[in-house]
Design a protein around this ligand. Sequence first.
Ligand SMILES: [Zn+2]
Length: 402
Amino acid sequence: MTINDRFLTYVQIDTQSDENNHSKPSTTKQYDLAKLLVKELKDLNIQEVKLDPYGVVYAHIPANNASKKTIGLIAHMDTAPDFTGKNVRPKIIFHYDGTPILLNKNLNLWLDPKDFETLSRQIGDDLVVTDGTTLLGADDKAGIAIIMDFVAFIMTHPEYLHCNLSIAFTNDEEIGNGADNFDYAYFNADYAYTIDGGSIHEINYENFNAANATIVVRGRSIHPGSAKNKMLNSILIAQEFHALLDQNAIPSKTEGYEGFYHLDAINGQCEKTTLHYLLRDHDLTKLEKKKQALIKAKEIINQKYQLPLIECNIIDSYYNMKDLILKQPEILEVVYAAYQKLNIDYQLIPIRGGTDGARLSYEGLLTPNLGTGGYNCHGKYEYASLTEMKQMVEILKIIFQQ
Ligand SMILES: [Zn+2]
């Protein structure tokens, strides 16, 4: 089976996860792909294949060289709840010529390099697009197809010498639960890579440090007709509080390494208003400063009113994996060497979010991320480059020759 066939097969299996369902996995249809992958792995004569009670697929391939090293590869089976993944009808564009691609004639829907500039770098690539009514699911079935194609190569080329390989296909990544119940002991790798996300020309080993803050503002509700010098409207006090924060450090005004305060929910009446903030920064010291700024703002308001009107509760959520990964530089050096050997360019791109790899890294399994050749994920304009997927398989072949 070619990587093209694998990818087209996987994307046509609906595996959308559901953040409102707390069973594990969140949707039973994720088993449809899990069971197929178990069968394909067994058909390739891999001895150790397991579907665990949480719906995660694991497999091990022993080294056929003298190496004692075990490297892991991880991809997720689910697709995002944001957009439907049912009845995906993928279409291959061979040897893309750089012109706008018609996704759906009836809807007059186009994938146009004017809107999506990454397309102009993919002239000559074989691309896969949607019919404009679903997402594609390259996130992360491109990662699964890459790993399965690599595994198939290993099992049919005994002359290819490689170290031990551990594989995990996880579920519910898109709802933030991909690292729940991960069986580290069974996986048993020295370190791993998630094969997920965008361009293969991007390598990610940095992500945000994250904290979430809940601010409760108490007011004093009085009949508005007789409220003079008595009412304290907590909604207005909440606005005063917010105005004390850096108004440029918000998601819509930041990029790259710039962190932010994201006011993501507000709920208020005169008597009580609650604000919920996401605090994010790649630099832990700067994240601490953001937390301190909230506490300072609280003190200023409480001081002004001479009343303890504001409570501030801040909880850390996840951390940047960068410092952990840089302690073992060989994890990245072998990747850079593979790119250089194949003459494929790469950039180190900080993730403006969290990853399952970050959670795994903090549990002791260091896991930077490599790209898949998938673009515009979570919507109808999602597409994948089969050419980049094949290049990633070649990169893995070099990485595992240790
Ligand atoms: Zn993903």
